[in-house]
Design a binder for this molecule. Sequence first.
Ligand code: ZN
Length: 282
Amino acid sequence: MDNIPRSILCRVCNTKMKYVCDADYMVGDIVIKTPFFECEDCDIFFRHITESQSKAHFKTVGYVQPEHRPQYFESRKAFFEYLLVLVENNAVNKDSITLTDFGCSYGHMIELAKEKGMHVMGVEQDLSLVKASNKRGLDVYESVSDLPCNTDVFTMIDSLYYVSEPNKLISQVREKMNANGTLIIRMANRNFYSRITNFFKKEKSLTILGDCVISYSIKGIKKLLNGNGFTVVKIVPSNQSHYKKKSLILRLIYLMTFILTYLVAKQIVFSPGVIYVAKRQS
Ligand SMILES: [Zn+2]
């Protein structure tokens, strides 16, 4: 707990959070312990890491390395196509859609969207990925504020939970969005499971939250978006069955959480992933 500020404020509501436990985090070739804090009011967990730790982490993960690009495309193509149907169904003007993908990684989804005739842009924090995408003819920028024009639909697919200042990001997104614009967020939904597993344990663990910086519940996302001029209009349980390489057991578990969610009429979303569709408030 050295070098950890005594007071950590919630990244959504700005009130003081409480320390929960440390959790493993890959930095280069080593695993370090990083502290997690919790805001019970927002139902979010926040991992305290420095910017250099975060940068070193992303250099080690598989999805930023150029040699992994073809296999990532293969494994996620069906999922991106499914998401693009959601984009089309929720855009106001379906005949002329400008789509921006935040955290676009290799640019696979905007590449597919471009083939469908959409106008596309991407935002990616990793400069080598930005350059590689630019070389392939894709308009990718390092930050939302660099975008040269407004967009109709923003997507954030497994990327928002890496952002340590979400209020700043969502307000920037709103500024770069046309009236009646749509924001589609795919997000892990594991807080519920971490609470259940910790309830039975003497020693708390948040390993289940993976490498996120902020782990949100549905309540936390709604609060974040409402506070920055968006309204969640649809919540879709995401069972990740579009991912090709999942084992049969994992697929069955996902299917069960999906069925369970609908059995309780979506009052509790059990699925380990959720897709939010939100509308920009005028
Ligand atoms: Zn909070």
